[in-house]
Design a binder for this molecule. Structure first.
Ligand code: UD1
Length: 380
Protein backbone atom coordinates (compact mmCIF):
# COMPACT_ATOMS: atom_id res chain seq x y z
CA UNK A 1 0.00 0.00 0.00
CA UNK A 2 1.42 3.41 -0.96
CA UNK A 3 2.24 5.53 2.08
CA UNK A 4 1.79 9.29 2.55
CA UNK A 5 3.14 11.32 5.46
CA UNK A 6 1.01 14.40 6.14
CA UNK A 7 2.67 17.32 7.92
CA UNK A 8 1.18 19.92 10.24
CA UNK A 9 2.95 22.25 12.61
CA UNK A 10 1.32 25.61 13.19
CA UNK A 11 -2.19 26.82 13.91
CA UNK A 12 -3.21 27.68 10.34
CA UNK A 13 -2.12 24.20 9.23
CA UNK A 14 -4.60 22.41 11.46
CA UNK A 15 -7.83 23.50 9.76
CA UNK A 16 -6.24 22.60 6.41
CA UNK A 17 -4.92 19.18 7.37
CA UNK A 18 -8.20 18.08 9.06
CA UNK A 19 -10.25 17.46 5.88
CA UNK A 20 -7.22 16.14 4.00
CA UNK A 21 -6.57 13.51 6.69
CA UNK A 22 -10.26 12.57 6.69
CA UNK A 23 -10.34 12.16 2.90
CA UNK A 24 -7.04 10.27 2.71
CA UNK A 25 -8.19 7.94 5.49
CA UNK A 26 -11.70 7.37 4.12
CA UNK A 27 -12.65 3.68 4.21
CA UNK A 28 -12.20 3.23 0.45
CA UNK A 29 -8.80 5.00 0.35
CA UNK A 30 -6.01 2.88 -1.08
CA UNK A 31 -3.37 4.90 0.78
CA UNK A 32 -1.71 4.40 4.17
CA UNK A 33 -1.51 7.77 5.87
CA UNK A 34 0.50 8.94 8.89
CA UNK A 35 0.37 12.37 10.53
CA UNK A 36 3.54 14.17 11.59
CA UNK A 37 3.29 17.17 13.94
CA UNK A 38 6.41 19.32 13.98
CA UNK A 39 5.51 21.08 17.24
CA UNK A 40 6.03 24.59 15.77
CA UNK A 41 2.95 25.62 17.76
CA UNK A 42 2.59 23.97 21.13
CA UNK A 43 0.37 26.06 23.47
CA UNK A 44 -2.95 24.38 24.28
CA UNK A 45 -4.75 27.39 22.81
CA UNK A 46 -2.73 27.29 19.59
CA UNK A 47 -2.65 23.54 19.21
CA UNK A 48 -4.54 20.86 21.22
CA UNK A 49 -7.84 22.74 21.12
CA UNK A 50 -7.78 22.61 17.32
CA UNK A 51 -7.11 18.89 17.26
CA UNK A 52 -10.04 18.28 19.62
CA UNK A 53 -12.51 20.61 17.92
CA UNK A 54 -11.67 19.51 14.38
CA UNK A 55 -11.44 15.80 15.17
CA UNK A 56 -7.89 15.57 13.81
CA UNK A 57 -6.38 12.20 14.72
CA UNK A 58 -3.54 12.27 17.24
CA UNK A 59 -0.24 12.72 15.43
CA UNK A 60 1.59 9.43 14.81
CA UNK A 61 4.92 11.22 15.11
CA UNK A 62 5.68 14.39 17.07
CA UNK A 63 8.90 16.33 16.45
CA UNK A 64 8.43 18.79 19.37
CA UNK A 65 10.54 21.58 17.91
CA UNK A 66 8.93 24.59 19.61
CA UNK A 67 9.81 28.24 18.99
CA UNK A 68 13.15 29.65 17.84
CA UNK A 69 14.53 32.01 15.20
CA UNK A 70 13.51 31.15 11.64
CA UNK A 71 16.84 29.53 10.83
CA UNK A 72 16.99 27.49 14.01
CA UNK A 73 13.33 26.44 13.85
CA UNK A 74 13.55 25.43 10.19
CA UNK A 75 16.85 23.62 10.68
CA UNK A 76 15.60 21.80 13.76
CA UNK A 77 12.48 20.58 11.95
CA UNK A 78 14.69 19.32 9.11
CA UNK A 79 17.10 17.60 11.48
CA UNK A 80 14.25 15.82 13.28
CA UNK A 81 12.24 15.00 10.16
CA UNK A 82 15.05 13.34 8.21
CA UNK A 83 15.21 10.17 10.36
CA UNK A 84 11.40 9.96 10.18
CA UNK A 85 11.57 9.81 6.38
CA UNK A 86 14.33 7.18 6.60
CA UNK A 87 12.30 5.09 9.01
CA UNK A 88 8.88 5.47 7.40
CA UNK A 89 9.96 5.30 3.73
CA UNK A 90 6.90 7.19 2.47
CA UNK A 91 5.98 7.32 -1.22
CA UNK A 92 4.98 10.96 -0.80
CA UNK A 93 4.69 13.66 1.80
CA UNK A 94 1.91 16.24 1.90
CA UNK A 95 2.46 19.75 3.25
CA UNK A 96 -0.05 22.60 3.60
CA UNK A 97 0.20 26.39 3.61
CA UNK A 98 3.33 28.45 4.00
CA UNK A 99 4.75 28.14 7.50
CA UNK A 100 8.30 27.12 8.42
CA UNK A 101 7.18 23.51 8.94
CA UNK A 102 5.97 23.46 5.31
CA UNK A 103 9.29 24.37 3.70
CA UNK A 104 11.42 22.43 6.19
CA UNK A 105 9.69 19.10 5.54
CA UNK A 106 9.37 19.69 1.80
CA UNK A 107 13.12 20.30 1.55
CA UNK A 108 14.02 17.15 3.47
CA UNK A 109 11.68 14.99 1.37
CA UNK A 110 12.71 16.47 -1.99
CA UNK A 111 16.40 15.85 -1.29
CA UNK A 112 15.63 12.24 -0.47
CA UNK A 113 13.73 11.78 -3.70
CA UNK A 114 10.33 11.58 -1.99
CA UNK A 115 7.57 13.32 -3.96
CA UNK A 116 6.01 16.37 -2.30
CA UNK A 117 2.35 17.40 -2.50
CA UNK A 118 1.69 21.06 -1.63
CA UNK A 119 -1.82 22.07 -0.66
CA UNK A 120 -2.47 25.81 -1.20
CA UNK A 121 0.22 26.15 -3.86
CA UNK A 122 0.85 29.15 -6.09
CA UNK A 123 -0.29 31.97 -3.79
CA UNK A 124 2.02 34.97 -4.07
CA UNK A 125 2.11 38.33 -2.32
CA UNK A 126 5.27 39.24 -4.29
CA UNK A 127 6.61 40.61 -1.01
CA UNK A 128 9.82 38.84 -0.06
CA UNK A 129 9.88 40.65 3.27
CA UNK A 130 7.22 38.17 4.37
CA UNK A 131 8.79 34.96 5.63
CA UNK A 132 5.76 33.07 4.30
CA UNK A 133 6.40 34.28 0.74
CA UNK A 134 9.85 32.70 0.79
CA UNK A 135 8.34 29.49 2.15
CA UNK A 136 5.69 29.49 -0.62
CA UNK A 137 8.07 30.04 -3.52
CA UNK A 138 10.55 27.42 -2.35
CA UNK A 139 7.96 24.81 -1.42
CA UNK A 140 6.35 25.10 -4.84
CA UNK A 141 9.72 24.62 -6.54
CA UNK A 142 10.16 21.38 -4.62
CA UNK A 143 6.67 19.99 -5.16
CA UNK A 144 5.38 17.40 -7.59
CA UNK A 145 1.67 17.98 -6.97
CA UNK A 146 0.63 21.63 -6.66
CA UNK A 147 -2.94 21.85 -5.39
CA UNK A 148 -4.37 25.34 -5.88
CA UNK A 149 -7.27 27.31 -4.41
CA UNK A 150 -7.69 29.85 -7.19
CA UNK A 151 -6.92 30.01 -10.92
CA UNK A 152 -4.58 32.99 -10.64
CA UNK A 153 -2.18 30.73 -8.74
CA UNK A 154 -1.55 28.85 -12.00
CA UNK A 155 -0.27 32.03 -13.66
CA UNK A 156 2.10 32.59 -10.74
CA UNK A 157 3.38 29.02 -10.97
CA UNK A 158 3.82 29.12 -14.77
CA UNK A 159 5.89 32.27 -14.37
CA UNK A 160 8.18 30.27 -12.08
CA UNK A 161 8.52 27.44 -14.57
CA UNK A 162 6.14 24.91 -13.03
CA UNK A 163 4.66 22.51 -15.59
CA UNK A 164 0.91 22.62 -16.13
CA UNK A 165 0.49 18.89 -15.60
CA UNK A 166 1.67 19.27 -12.01
CA UNK A 167 -0.95 21.90 -11.13
CA UNK A 168 -4.40 20.89 -9.94
CA UNK A 169 -7.13 23.41 -9.25
CA UNK A 170 -9.02 21.70 -6.43
CA UNK A 171 -10.57 24.45 -4.30
CA UNK A 172 -9.91 25.40 -0.72
CA UNK A 173 -9.49 22.86 2.08
CA UNK A 174 -9.79 25.58 4.71
CA UNK A 175 -13.28 26.24 3.41
CA UNK A 176 -14.04 22.49 3.54
CA UNK A 177 -13.44 22.79 7.28
CA UNK A 178 -15.50 25.94 7.57
CA UNK A 179 -18.54 24.42 5.86
CA UNK A 180 -18.21 21.23 7.88
CA UNK A 181 -18.18 23.11 11.18
CA UNK A 182 -20.42 26.10 10.53
CA UNK A 183 -23.30 24.65 12.53
CA UNK A 184 -21.05 23.93 15.49
CA UNK A 185 -19.69 27.49 15.81
CA UNK A 186 -19.68 28.76 19.41
CA UNK A 187 -21.90 31.84 19.78
CA UNK A 188 -19.91 35.04 20.24
CA UNK A 189 -21.82 35.90 23.43
CA UNK A 190 -20.54 32.73 25.05
CA UNK A 191 -16.95 33.58 24.17
CA UNK A 192 -17.36 37.10 25.53
CA UNK A 193 -18.89 35.80 28.74
CA UNK A 194 -16.04 33.33 29.22
CA UNK A 195 -13.54 36.16 28.73
CA UNK A 196 -15.27 38.25 31.40
CA UNK A 197 -16.83 40.78 28.98
CA UNK A 198 -20.45 39.72 29.60
CA UNK A 199 -21.72 43.12 30.68
CA UNK A 200 -19.91 45.38 28.28
CA UNK A 201 -20.62 47.16 24.98
CA UNK A 202 -19.07 44.17 23.29
CA UNK A 203 -21.73 41.79 24.54
CA UNK A 204 -24.51 44.06 23.21
CA UNK A 205 -24.17 42.33 19.82
CA UNK A 206 -22.67 44.87 17.42
CA UNK A 207 -18.92 44.33 17.34
CA UNK A 208 -15.92 43.89 15.07
CA UNK A 209 -13.16 41.28 15.30
CA UNK A 210 -9.49 42.24 15.25
CA UNK A 211 -6.43 40.01 14.84
CA UNK A 212 -2.79 41.01 14.37
CA UNK A 213 0.31 38.87 14.33
CA UNK A 214 2.43 39.61 11.24
CA UNK A 215 5.98 40.63 12.14
CA UNK A 216 5.59 43.66 9.82
CA UNK A 217 2.71 44.91 11.99
CA UNK A 218 3.71 43.91 15.49
CA UNK A 219 7.51 43.79 15.68
CA UNK A 220 8.18 47.52 15.28
CA UNK A 221 6.86 49.36 18.37
CA UNK A 222 6.12 52.56 16.42
CA UNK A 223 4.03 50.73 13.78
CA UNK A 224 2.23 48.73 16.45
CA UNK A 225 1.46 51.89 18.42
CA UNK A 226 0.12 53.69 15.33
CA UNK A 227 -2.14 50.74 14.57
CA UNK A 228 -3.44 50.37 18.11
CA UNK A 229 -4.07 54.10 18.31
CA UNK A 230 -6.35 54.21 15.28
CA UNK A 231 -8.02 50.92 16.20
CA UNK A 232 -8.81 52.13 19.71
CA UNK A 233 -10.27 55.29 18.22
CA UNK A 234 -12.47 53.27 15.81
CA UNK A 235 -13.47 50.98 18.64
CA UNK A 236 -15.50 53.90 20.00
CA UNK A 237 -17.86 53.47 16.99
CA UNK A 238 -17.82 49.67 17.05
CA UNK A 239 -16.20 47.75 19.92
CA UNK A 240 -13.47 45.38 18.76
CA UNK A 241 -12.96 41.85 20.10
CA UNK A 242 -9.24 41.08 19.88
CA UNK A 243 -8.01 37.50 20.38
CA UNK A 244 -4.32 38.17 20.96
CA UNK A 245 -1.68 35.90 19.38
CA UNK A 246 1.15 35.04 21.84
CA UNK A 247 3.78 36.87 19.78
CA UNK A 248 1.55 39.97 19.63
CA UNK A 249 0.92 39.87 23.36
CA UNK A 250 4.62 39.81 24.11
CA UNK A 251 5.29 42.66 21.64
CA UNK A 252 2.52 44.79 23.15
CA UNK A 253 3.86 44.22 26.62
CA UNK A 254 7.48 44.86 25.62
CA UNK A 255 6.49 48.13 23.92
CA UNK A 256 4.46 49.29 26.95
CA UNK A 257 1.25 49.45 24.89
CA UNK A 258 -1.04 47.25 27.01
CA UNK A 259 -3.10 50.34 27.92
CA UNK A 260 -4.55 50.41 24.39
CA UNK A 261 -6.41 47.17 25.08
CA UNK A 262 -8.67 49.17 27.34
CA UNK A 263 -11.71 46.90 27.70
CA UNK A 264 -13.89 49.75 26.42
CA UNK A 265 -13.07 50.06 22.75
CA UNK A 266 -10.67 47.15 22.31
CA UNK A 267 -11.44 43.99 24.28
CA UNK A 268 -8.52 41.56 24.53
CA UNK A 269 -9.18 37.80 24.59
CA UNK A 270 -6.83 34.84 24.92
CA UNK A 271 -6.32 33.05 21.57
CA UNK A 272 -9.63 31.32 20.87
CA UNK A 273 -10.36 27.88 19.42
CA UNK A 274 -11.56 27.26 15.88
CA UNK A 275 -15.26 27.04 16.73
CA UNK A 276 -15.07 30.17 18.86
CA UNK A 277 -13.35 32.10 16.06
CA UNK A 278 -15.94 30.92 13.58
CA UNK A 279 -18.70 32.18 15.89
CA UNK A 280 -16.92 35.49 16.41
CA UNK A 281 -16.45 36.08 12.67
CA UNK A 282 -19.95 34.99 11.75
CA UNK A 283 -21.57 37.44 14.14
CA UNK A 284 -19.27 40.38 13.38
CA UNK A 285 -20.14 43.57 11.49
CA UNK A 286 -16.59 43.49 10.13
CA UNK A 287 -13.22 41.83 10.62
CA UNK A 288 -9.88 43.66 10.74
CA UNK A 289 -6.95 41.33 10.29
CA UNK A 290 -3.49 40.64 8.91
CA UNK A 291 -4.15 36.88 8.75
CA UNK A 292 -4.18 35.04 5.43
CA UNK A 293 -6.78 32.45 6.37
CA UNK A 294 -9.27 34.93 7.79
CA UNK A 295 -9.38 36.79 4.47
CA UNK A 296 -10.68 33.55 2.97
CA UNK A 297 -12.97 32.60 5.84
CA UNK A 298 -14.69 35.99 5.86
CA UNK A 299 -15.21 35.70 2.10
CA UNK A 300 -16.85 32.30 2.58
CA UNK A 301 -19.00 33.69 5.41
CA UNK A 302 -19.94 36.88 3.54
CA UNK A 303 -18.58 39.13 6.31
CA UNK A 304 -16.67 42.31 5.32
CA UNK A 305 -12.93 42.06 5.92
CA UNK A 306 -10.44 44.92 6.08
CA UNK A 307 -6.93 43.53 5.66
CA UNK A 308 -4.26 45.45 7.52
CA UNK A 309 -1.52 44.73 4.97
CA UNK A 310 -0.18 46.40 1.83
CA UNK A 311 -0.59 43.26 -0.28
CA UNK A 312 -2.30 39.91 -0.29
CA UNK A 313 -1.44 36.53 -1.75
CA UNK A 314 -5.16 35.80 -1.92
CA UNK A 315 -6.44 38.25 -4.59
CA UNK A 316 -9.62 36.30 -5.19
CA UNK A 317 -10.91 37.44 -1.80
CA UNK A 318 -10.71 40.99 -3.16
CA UNK A 319 -11.97 40.33 -6.69
CA UNK A 320 -14.85 38.06 -5.74
CA UNK A 321 -15.04 38.15 -1.98
CA UNK A 322 -15.66 40.60 0.84
CA UNK A 323 -12.05 41.62 1.39
CA UNK A 324 -10.53 45.11 1.04
CA UNK A 325 -6.82 45.82 1.40
CA UNK A 326 -6.48 48.81 3.69
CA UNK A 327 -2.79 48.68 4.59
CA UNK A 328 -1.59 50.32 7.78
CA UNK A 329 -2.16 53.97 7.00
CA UNK A 330 -4.46 55.32 9.75
CA UNK A 331 -6.34 57.61 7.35
CA UNK A 332 -7.19 54.76 5.01
CA UNK A 333 -8.10 52.38 7.84
CA UNK A 334 -10.42 55.04 9.27
CA UNK A 335 -12.05 55.78 5.91
CA UNK A 336 -12.63 52.13 5.01
CA UNK A 337 -13.90 51.27 8.47
CA UNK A 338 -16.47 54.08 8.38
CA UNK A 339 -17.47 53.12 4.87
CA UNK A 340 -18.26 49.55 5.98
CA UNK A 341 -20.27 50.81 8.93
CA UNK A 342 -22.27 53.08 6.63
CA UNK A 343 -22.75 50.86 3.59
CA UNK A 344 -22.50 47.37 5.12
CA UNK A 345 -19.38 46.59 3.06
CA UNK A 346 -18.77 44.52 -0.07
CA UNK A 347 -21.36 41.85 -0.73
CA UNK A 348 -18.98 39.40 -2.43
CA UNK A 349 -19.56 35.83 -3.53
CA UNK A 350 -17.96 32.51 -2.72
CA UNK A 351 -15.17 31.71 -5.23
CA UNK A 352 -15.21 28.83 -7.69
CA UNK A 353 -14.73 25.36 -6.16
CA UNK A 354 -14.83 26.66 -2.58
CA UNK A 355 -17.57 24.12 -2.11
CA UNK A 356 -16.45 21.90 0.74
CA UNK A 357 -15.00 19.16 -1.50
CA UNK A 358 -11.40 20.22 -2.09
CA UNK A 359 -9.90 17.51 0.14
CA UNK A 360 -11.85 14.80 -1.71
CA UNK A 361 -10.39 16.04 -4.99
CA UNK A 362 -6.88 15.98 -3.55
CA UNK A 363 -7.36 12.45 -2.21
CA UNK A 364 -8.67 11.25 -5.58
CA UNK A 365 -5.67 12.63 -7.45
CA UNK A 366 -3.14 11.20 -4.99
CA UNK A 367 -4.91 7.83 -4.99
CA UNK A 368 -4.85 7.80 -8.79
CA UNK A 369 -1.17 8.69 -9.02
CA UNK A 370 0.16 6.66 -6.10
CA UNK A 371 -2.09 3.62 -6.07
CA UNK A 372 -3.47 3.52 -9.59
CA UNK A 373 -7.01 4.08 -8.28
CA UNK A 374 -9.55 5.70 -10.60
CA UNK A 375 -8.85 9.44 -10.53
CA UNK A 376 -11.49 11.79 -9.18
CA UNK A 377 -14.02 13.25 -11.52
CA UNK A 378 -14.66 16.55 -9.84
CA UNK A 379 -11.34 18.25 -10.59
CA UNK A 380 -11.36 21.20 -12.97
C1 UD1 B 1 3.39 31.27 12.32
C2 UD1 B 1 3.58 31.30 10.80
C3 UD1 B 1 2.57 32.28 10.20
C4 UD1 B 1 1.17 31.98 10.65
C5 UD1 B 1 1.14 31.99 12.16
C6 UD1 B 1 -0.23 31.72 12.73
C7 UD1 B 1 5.87 30.97 9.98
C8 UD1 B 1 7.01 31.63 9.33
N1 UD1 B 1 4.89 31.78 10.43
O1 UD1 B 1 3.74 32.55 12.81
O2 UD1 B 1 2.63 32.16 8.78
O3 UD1 B 1 0.28 32.94 10.13
O4 UD1 B 1 2.05 30.98 12.61
O5 UD1 B 1 -0.20 31.67 14.10
O6 UD1 B 1 5.85 29.76 10.09
N2 UD1 B 1 4.32 31.20 20.45
C9 UD1 B 1 3.78 30.78 21.63
N3 UD1 B 1 3.09 29.60 21.63
C10 UD1 B 1 2.93 28.84 20.53
C11 UD1 B 1 3.51 29.27 19.34
C12 UD1 B 1 4.20 30.46 19.30
O7 UD1 B 1 3.89 31.43 22.65
O8 UD1 B 1 2.27 27.78 20.60
C13 UD1 B 1 5.03 32.49 20.43
C14 UD1 B 1 6.52 32.34 20.70
O9 UD1 B 1 6.93 33.47 21.38
C15 UD1 B 1 7.12 32.35 19.31
C16 UD1 B 1 6.19 33.30 18.59
O10 UD1 B 1 4.90 33.07 19.15
O11 UD1 B 1 8.44 32.75 19.28
C17 UD1 B 1 6.16 33.11 17.11
O12 UD1 B 1 5.85 31.76 16.78
P1 UD1 B 1 6.27 31.17 15.34
O13 UD1 B 1 5.78 29.79 15.20
O14 UD1 B 1 7.73 31.41 15.11
O15 UD1 B 1 5.55 32.12 14.32
P2 UD1 B 1 4.10 32.76 14.33
O16 UD1 B 1 4.24 34.21 14.53
O17 UD1 B 1 3.17 32.01 15.21
Amino acid sequence: MAKVLCIAGARPNFMKIAPVMAALRAPESPLAVRLVHTGQHYDVAMNERFFEQLGIPMPDIHLEVGSASHAVQTAEIMRRFEPVVDEEEPDAILVVGDVNSTIACALVAAKKGVAVAHVEAGLRSYDRAMPEEINRVLTDQLSHWLFTTERLAHDNLRREGVADENMHFVGNVMIDTLFRNRQRAVAAGETFARAGWANTRLAAGAYGVLTLHRPSNVDDPATLKRLLEVLRELGADLPLAFPVHPRTRSRIQAAGLAGYLDGENIFPLEPVGYLEMLGLMRGARLVLTDSGGMQEETTALGVPCLTLRENTERPITIEHGTNTLVGINPERIRACFKEVLTSGGKAGRVPELWDGRAAERIAAILAGDLAGAAPGTACA
